[in-house]
Design a protein around this ligand. Structure first.
Ligand SMILES: Nc1ncnc2c1ncn2[C@@H]1O[C@H](COP(=O)(O)OP(=O)(O)OP(=O)(O)O)[C@@H](O)[C@H]1O
Length: 424
């Protein structure tokens, strides 16, 4: 168990940590999240004993880490720093083997009698621990190369190997995947989960909130040196808290594939007049996702439907946190969905009809749209080019086109602005 008790740290003139308290239970993976400069690295440095707090303390397995000798502290806590630059010219294998230093006697390279690996018997020599650490972090191929001759991402994995070779119950990682390609990001986090399953306690500063949500048991959100929120990712990653910490608009949903809490950052609303109108979008079949994103990023209150369950546009709408009118997969629009659609169109200031197919199956949709206050029709092709034979649906669609703005997809935002400006 790691206990962080009311830790405050001042660096230069600034109070970098201000009364931080938290607990990390054994065998858990806790993600430290928060904006740049929030104090994540500083907290990790207080946790490994490199930095002594001005007040408060960090206890690891009951002992204040700052009071332990550096050797004793290094047997409890291993750290992979954010800055992995190493200026000395050692072979990679030697760098990883440095993880064994806390177990070596002060004289020469003999193994200290308290070396846990020595206690483990013949097969767990230091060399074997080092080899295993290199295998798990996929750096064996660099073993005989100089540490100065590997890439930043490779160096990051080598320093993780060194931390594993240290064989400590606690592992601290500062942005462990910052320089890693997508494959090694996932492999590293999967490895961390495996280490946690084996009983290690891991705390990692992580900028990518979605990776943090997916892999961590709990998150500790720091903001300006204080804990703003802590607990399971679903409790910490909520829109209001994210706005407060990161000063950013974000939508929180669950990822359609993994089911993990998923944060989608939205661009700030364009400056100028506040776009606070309601828009309902009729369209789907995988064609309106970008439109939904653009409109909600612009700050409008957007709803969409009727969408069938299974439509990728529905996933997008859910990711963006939009209101939806939904029908069963592949089913025609039933009376309940029809009534909900009519309600949404009634409530909306502007209704967008986006490149829908015109046919008898869509007549009810088109008639519902004809009750809208203001209509924008998105058309990839000119109406005439569609060459539809006369039918009630075509007549209804033609009437909507005559009444509303007809625009290509790229011009929707300006057409919507015109509609709000009352120029329709
Ligand atoms: N030696 C120092 N002297 C003065 N201020 C410092 C010093 N080291 C760090 N700071 C400041 O302390 C604050 C916290 O820094 P820290 O590196 O802990 O933040 P962080 O959350 O890890 O940030 P990032 O996400 O950018 O890595 C920052 O505002 C930083 O500028």
């Amino acid at each position: 168990m790691i206990r962080i008790e009311d830790v405050s740290v001042t660096l230069g003139d600034s109070r970098v940590l201000d009364g931080v308290s938290a607990r990390v239970p054994d065998g858990k993976f806790v993600g430290l999240v928060g904006p740049n400069g929030a104090g994540k690295t500083t907290l990790l440095r207080a946790m490994n004993g490199v930095l002594s707090p001005d007040s408060g303390r960090v206890l690891v397995d009951g002992d204040a880490i700052a009071d332990l000798s550096s050797k004793a502290a290094s047997r409890r806590v291993a750290t992979v720093p954010q800055d992995t630059t190493l200026s000395f010219d050692f072979d990679v294998r030697d760098v990883v083997a440095m993880g064994r230093n806390p177990y070596r006697s002060r004289f020469g390279s003999g193994i200290d009698s308290s070396d846990r690996s020595a206690d483990d018997g013949e097969n767990s020599t230091s060399a074997a621990v080092v080899e295993r650490a290199m295998e798990r972090t996929d750096v064996m191929q660099f073993a005989d190369r100089s540490i100065t001759a590997v890439s930043g991402g490779e160096r990051q994995r080598i320093l993780l190997a060194r931390a594993l070779a240290q064989d400590t119950p606690v592992l601290l990682l500062d942005e462990p995947t910052a320089s890693l390609d997508i494959n090694h990001q996932v492999r590293t986090f999967e490895l961390v989960r495996e280490l946690v399953r084996e009983g290690k306690t891991v705390v990692a500063a992580i900028h990518d909130l979605n990776l943090a949500a997916h892999y961590c048991d709990e998150l500790l959100l720091l903001d300006s040196g204080s804990v703003l929120s802590s607990g399971p990712p679903t409790d910490v990653l909520v829109e209001d808290t994210l706005r407060e910490a990161f000063d950013a608009r974000a939508v929180v949903s669950s990822h359609p594939v993994t089911g993990s809490t998923y944060v989608t950052a939205l661009p700030e609303r364009a400056t100028g007049r506040e776009r606070d109108g309601k828009i309902h979008v009729v369209g789907g079949g995988g064609t309106v996702s970008r439109l939904l994103y653009v409109l909600s990023a612009a700050g409008y209150d957007v709803s969409v439907g009727v969408l069938n369950e299974g439509d990728s546009d529905l996933e997008t709408a859910r990711l963006l946190g939009l209101e939806t009118v939904v029908e069963e997969p592949f089913a025609p629009i039933g009376s309940e969905a029809q009534a909900a659609l009519e309600g949404k169109i009634r409530d909306a200031d502007v209704t967008i009809l986006s490149d829908v197919e015109i046919g008898s199956g869509n007549l009810a949709n088109l008639e519902a749209v004809s009750a809208a206050d203001s209509v924008v029709v998105v058309e990839e092709r000119q109406f005439e080019a569609r060459n539809y034979a006369g039918s009630a649906a075509v007549a209804s669609y033609r009437e909507l086109c005559e009444r509303g703005h007809v625009v290509p997809p790229d011009d929707v935002l300006s057409a919507v602005e015109d509609a709000f400006a009352g120029e329709s």
